[in-house]
Design a protein around this ligand. Structure first.
Ligand code: CMP
Length: 825
């Protein structure tokens, strides 16, 4: 075997073994993992140096192999960075990120620039180095690294928003720092001039370009993932390729920001993935990436530690003053941003409020890590820089990274505790207590039962049961002490829980194959909106949210407009078919939540709130059902076609689970199982795509349905058909408004139309017409006319009105007679 390969393998897995074994240690001694990794790395680095010429057999081999693992900037940037960035972005909730995008972008872009200039300026004043070099140092040192802090957040259960602020900032500012770094390096090496506008333009191009590349690639990959037949291994592997390819394509080929490309790709994948992949793929995805992230983090911190002794060997006595100034100014600059500028942004309503506790943690938790070190190494390795510049940058960055790692990372947990950020909010606390109380309720009796079964003496069981009873008492006492939540609060908590169940229900429907990926995505987006509305406005907010979901959105209206303007019915047909699928799925999921979901949370929210929840859900189910019925009534054949398809899907799914069970229980062998599965897949393919909905807006058919035209000659009918324009009206749509000028009249081909006159509205149906008075009398509309259901109308414009009446005297007399009667009231 080639010597290089076995050394590499020995080194890699030797290091990996050492690194991961540190995790149990860090858990036992409650010490940040990353800090411990760096410490061990430094120790290893020193040990390898010290035993350089000793002959220790395999141990020497091992140490020698570590040396071959020299950490270069390229390794960090091309091997570690894509994985680290993808992994942290994947789990970020895009909606929450967008809610705080302004403070995050401000800190990551403007904040980084301010900090880089302040640090650069201060270092320039004391170090005697050139200004651009000092600015370069400032840029490198302003990129924060969230790894250590986020791990601490997880341990302490920090609020989600804080984690997103810190993580979001650090992801975006890595990108900013790298871009600024490249610009400054080009200036120092003489390949570019200082040019403010050029710099800003370049920055925007690289930053936004990265986002576009990441977005497009992720969409392409999500599409491919949706077409690989639900094979989890393939789906997940594709996401790994996505991480590395998006970085490489952006950075290397298109010269835009690779970090931004990876961040965007991961965010897109995180939000589309669950409705593009199979259920198994989604699970595997989070597990695989957790693993990859863990490996990358463990290795990089040990490797960083090992590189420290060599880099610090160029730290000279003259750098001490600079280092102290650097530390003071870097923290001062960050403090200025978090304590002074951020509140100003909130006051100017540019950014949402960030509490003092959050800001303090953001300030103190702004650690520097792998990216800073990678950039410093890139300078250190580059012979084009003068030696003093290389040493200056590398030593100071390394020292500063160590400072934040040893001082900040080890104390940020205490800062969080000081602000009570590790504690639950009163509402969460109340939920927690009720959850425990519910779990503990039955434990006393089951302890006795188990003891009896296992022949354990009753007094032993009583001791255990009593211990539990005391815990329940303590919790009840604690609940009595804290301010109790009102019924309204519990109802709101219950509503949010049912929205959560609903969301989960849609994912289940998707993974069972009952609903298409795009529809599932829309439904999930609806529940997200519903959750926000409920959080902000309680029951009323929920009500408004539901209203909005049942309504027709702008996309629908646009496709309606396209149909009316250009007579293209395809898009409306597709939207209506989607609506049918959506309503059916919502109806199924809500019924499930109503049937068992509410009972699951009854003991949590209490009877009063649970009963109220049932009423709210009943109402929503009814409204969903009637919206669905309205559509089915309009397109009965299509509805039947879809229902049949759905039942086939349910049957297929049942078959599939049955076979899987028989196979699991070893009743059928692998060969038969494979054969059955193949057959199932064939039938699934046969089921094929959802059929298209034909709106049936064919003028001849519609005219044929209007009795008044029936007795006319074929030729007349054809002439009339040419004058009439078909149009679909939506339930609730206002067709005429009282007092407005009118330019057309309408024949009802199908549906129900309400004319809003006193004392009762008049209902019109198939064969009726309206809107004639405005044309006959040349007067404003005499009443509001609203569609009650989906209705097919035939429109006659004013210019064709006279012609039609002139050609058809019978029609004229009918219309005039009806109009006179209507005018009489
Ligand atoms: P127009 O006035 O153009 O617009 C409103 C329409 O409502 C009107 O024409 C009639 O077609 C219809 N309309 C008004 N009053 C009545 C009524 N009493 N009964 C039925 N339809 C009516």
């Amino acid at each position: 075997m080639h010597e290089g390969i076995w050394t590499t393998i020995l080194g890699l897995f030797g290091l990996m073994t050492i690194a991961v074994l540190i995790l149990p240690l860090s858990k036992r001694y409650k010490f940040p993992y990353t800090v411990l990794l760096a410490v061990v790395g430094i120790a290893l680095g020193l040990l390898v140096d010290a035993t350089h010429s000793a002959h220790l057999g395999p141990v020497s081999d091992l140490f020698h192999s570590f040396e071959s693992f020299e950490l270069t900037s390229e390794v960090i940037i091309f091997v570690f960075l894509p994985a680290l960035v993808f992994e942290s972005s994947l789990s970020i909730d895009v909606r929450k990120l967008i809610a705080d995008i302004r403070p995050i972008l401000f800190l990551a872009v403007i904040g980084l620039l301010i900090s880089a200039f302040m640090v650069g300026g201060a270092v320039y004043a004391v170090s005697g180095m050139g200004f651009v070099v000092c600015l370069l140092l400032g840029a490198i040192l302003s990129a924060t690294d969230p790894v250590a802090v986020v791990a601490i957040f997880k341990d302490l259960g920090a609020p989600k928003r804080l984690a997103i602020l810190v993580e979001g900032e650090s992801l975006f500012n890595d990108a900013t720092a790298i871009v600024l770094f490249n610009i400054l390096v080009a200036m120092i090496l003489g390949s570019a001039d200082a040019d403010l506008f050029g710099g800003v333009w370049n920055f925007l191009k690289v930053f936004v370009g990265g986002i576009i590349v990441g977005y497009l690639l992720a969409r392409v990959f999500a599409w491919i993932i949706g077409h690989v037949g639900g094979i989890a291994l393939v789906e997940v592997t594709l996401t790994i390729s996505l991480a590395y390819l998006s970085f490489l394509i952006a950075e290397h080929y298109l010269h835009v920001s690779g970090v931004m490309a990876v961040v965007t790709a991961a965010l897109v994948m995180g939000s589309l993935g669950r409705t593009s992949m199979s259920g198994g793929g989604w699970h595997l995805l989070s597990e695989t990436w957790e693993n990859l992230g863990f490996w990358a983090n463990s290795l990089i911190f040990v490797l960083v530690g090992m590189a420290v002794p060599e880099i610090l060997s160029v730290f000279s006595g003259g750098m001490w003053l600079t280092l102290v100034v650097l530390i003071v100014v870097a923290f001062f600059a960050r403090g200025l941003l978090t304590f002074a500028v951020l509140p100003m942004l909130s006051r100017a309503h540019v950014a949402a409020d960030v509490s003092l506790g959050f800001r303090t943690v953001m300030w103190w938790g702004g650690l520097r890590g792998a990216v800073s070190l990678a950039l410093a190494l890139a300078v250190f390795e580059n012979d084009a820089f003068p030696e003093d510049v290389r040493n200056f940058i590398a030593a100071l960055v390394c020292a500063f990274v160590l400072f934040t790692l040893f001082i900040n990372a080890t104390t940020v947990g205490a800062v969080m505790k000081a602000f009570g950020l590790d504690k639950l909010s009163p509402a969460d606390l109340a939920i927690r207590n009720r959850t425990i109380a519910r779990a503990l309720e039955d434990i006393g009796s089951s302890v006795h039962r188990v003891a009896e079964d296992r022949k354990i003496p009753a007094d032993v069981a009583t001791r255990v049961a009593d211990a539990y009873a005391r815990r329940v008492e303590a919790i009840e006492a604690a609940e009595g002490e804290s301010a109790p939540l009102s019924d309204k609060d519990w109802l709101k908590i219950g509503l949010m829980a049912t929205v959560g169940q609903e969301r989960q229900g849609y994912f289940n429907q998707y993974s069972r194959g009952y609903v298409a990926s795009a529809i599932a995505r829309e439904l999930v987006a609806h529940t997200d909106e519903l959750m926000d509305a409920t959080k902000a406005g309680g029951v009323d907010g929920y009500g408004r949210g539901c209203e909005k979901i049942l309504g027709f959105n702008w996309r629908f209206r646009t496709s309606m407009w396209v149909q009316r303007r250009f007579g293209i019915a395809g898009p409306v047909g597709k939207r209506l078919a989607n609506r049918m699928e959506r309503l059916r799925t919502t109806q199924a999921v809500l019924s499930e939540v109503r049937k068992s979901g509410v009972d699951d949370i009854r003991s949590l929210v209490g009877d009063a709130a649970a009963d109220e929840l049932c009423l709210i859900l009943d109402e929503r189910i009814e409204r969903t059902m009637s919206a669905l019925m309205a559509l089915r009534a309009q397109y009965p054949e299509y509805a039947a076609e879809l229902q049949e398809r759905y039942l086939f899907q349910v049957a297929l799914r049942q078959e599939r689970t049955d076979y899987a069970r028989l196979h699991d229980e070893a009743i059928i062998g692998a060969e038969i199982y494979a054969n059955l599965q193949n057959e199932l897949e064939d039938r699934e393919d046969e089921l094929g795509k959802r059929p298209e909905l034909d709106l049936g807006l064919d003028p001849e058919t519609l005219v044929g349905r209007v009795p008044m035209f029936k007795d006319l000659s074929q030729e007349r009918i054809r002439a009339i058909t040419r004058l009439l324009k078909p149009q679909l009206a939506l339930p609730g749509e206002a067709i005429c408004t009282k007092g407005e000028a009118g330019n057309s009249m309408y024949f009802v081909s199908s549906g129900a139309i309400a004319v809003q006159v006193q004392p009762h509205p008049v209902m019109l149906g198939s064969g009726d017409f309206f809107g004639e008075i405005a044309l006959l009398k040349d007067a404003p509309r005499t009443a509001d006319v609203v569609a009650e259901t989906f209705s097919d109308l035939l429109i006659l414009e004013r210019r064709d009105f006279q012609k039609l009446l002139d050609d058809n005297p019978d029609l004229r007399s009918t219309i005039e007679k009806v109009a006179e009667e209507r005018l009489k009231g």
